[in-house]
Write a protein that binds this ligand. Structure first.
Ligand code: MG
Length: 399
């Protein structure tokens, strides 16, 4: 089997004002993502996804350009099933032959950021192709599923103190969830507001609902410690990215200070970044994003590394049905997999619109699908509706 084509499509979905949310990343006026398509001479098409950046609204022109201009020429004519080899080709580019022959990394400058994001989208599509060619779901190739269904948590929670209880209750009701994640941090204006929002949420939801808090890396070590002390009686499930991903020493300091589990990793790239989080005793839970950090291949490597330290894996999932499926397959087979992030903002239509299949949760659990590949049939009419031209755009001409 040979790769005959690789293309990237920027999907730009405007979000109506009543479904937008505000956070430290600004107003979610659109949801943007890049869909990767890999075609083969066997008639099998693989789908992948890559986000341009973490906010809902983001520019995907850069990742699309790397996919089509840098990686497609390297991969055309190659066997898509040699995923480990093609991962090295994309990560090490000119020196891939050294990496393949000697068994260690020889990356070029693109060993973080946009290049690894682009690599991730292609990697996901390669797994889709390989599993489809064998007629099995991706999780089957990753070692098989560990459970028939997986616990999911509703991820959202941006409302101010006077409306947070109502918003979280609405999220919980959509899928019978027993766990929910809310945003806290600098977007709240003051630390006192963050504390009040969490206290109101716990009071309204009662003791039996798991509440996780996501700081988006916006606090100092001191602020994070004060927050942990002030919400100590709220029984928080985990505290996510209390400080910047660039302050791993600070994150370890926060973790040492509190008995609240610390989760992080959505801004990290490859197993090398995660090694530093894990060995530095920064986290109890790693959150690799298969759409950003190195695809399905690298997510499973991080899970194995984490599990040797009794650190669990909860993939960061904030994309369309394709990216969600990638995380679902990883988590289903991962030794440290125990929970899935399910975007509950309502502002991300692609999780339910882009594919013909749905991912319904029942009493907070999602049944692991048995469909071949990622188990996602991309609705091309949705792609056509939201396609945004990126090839000749620049900020100067409206891109
Ligand atoms: Mg997060």
């Amino acid at each position: 089997m040979k790769i005959t084509g690789i293309s990237a499509t920027w999907l730009h979905v405007p979000i109506p004002p009543e479904r937008q949310h505000a956070s430290d990343y600004g107003l979610s006026s659109s949801f943007d993502t890049a869909l990767v398509r890999v075609d083969t001479d066997a008639g099998i098409t693989g789908w992948g996804e890559v986000r341009g950046a973490l906010p809902a609204q983001c520019n995907c022109a850069g990742v699309c350009a790397v996919i089509e201009n840098e990686f497609a020429p390297l991969l055309l004519g190659e066997d898509p099933r040699d995923i480990s080899r093609l991962w090295e080709v994309m990560y090490n580019t000119d020196r891939a032959h050294f990496a393949l022959a000697r068994g260690h990394a020889f990356p070029n400058l693109g060993r973080r950021g946009v290049n690894v994001q682009a690599l991730s989208g292609i990697d996901i599509a390669l797994w889709d192709i390989k599993a489809k060619s064998l007629g099995v779901p991706v999780w089957q190739l990753l070692g098989g599923k560990r459970q028939a269904k997986m616990l999911c948590y509703a991820s959202g929670g941006w409302a101010p103190a006077d409306r947070i209880a109502e918003q979280l209750k609405a999220f919980l009701a959509t899928g019978g969830y027993r766990a929910v994640k809310m945003r806290v941090g600098s977007g709240d204006g003051t630390l006192a507001h963050s504390v009040e929002r969490v206290k109101r949420a716990r009071e309204a939801l009662g003791p039996d609902i798991d509440i996780m808090c996501d700081v988006h890396g916006t606090w100092t070590v001191s602020e994070a410690k004060r927050f942990c002390r002030q919400i100590a009686d709220c029984n928080i499930g985990w505290l996510e990215e209390p400080v910047s991903p660039d302050d791993k020493v600070g994150m370890a300091e926060v973790r040492a200070y509190t008995d609240i589990a610390i989760a992080a990793g959505e801004g990290e790239f490859t197993r090398f970044d995660f090694r530093d989080l894990i060995v530095g005793r920064c986290v109890d839970i790693v959150q690799p994003d298969p759409m950003l950090m190195g695809g399905i291949t690298e997510t499973m490597r991080v899970d194995a590394l984490a599990s040797a330290f009794q650190v669990r894996t909860a993939p960061h999932l904030w994309g369309s049905a394709v990216g969600f499926a990638a995380g679902l397959h990883c988590a289903a087979a991962a030794v440290g997999g125990f929970i899935l992030e399910y975007s509950a903002g309502g502002g991300n239509p692609l999780i339910n619109e882009l594919a013909l299949e749905r991912f319904p949760t029942v009493e907070g659990y999602l049944e692991i699908p048995d469909r071949p590949g990622l188990g996602v049939t991309v609705d091309e009419s949705v792609v056509a509706r939201y396609r945004k031209e990126w090839r000749h755009l620049s900020p100067a001409n409206g891109g």
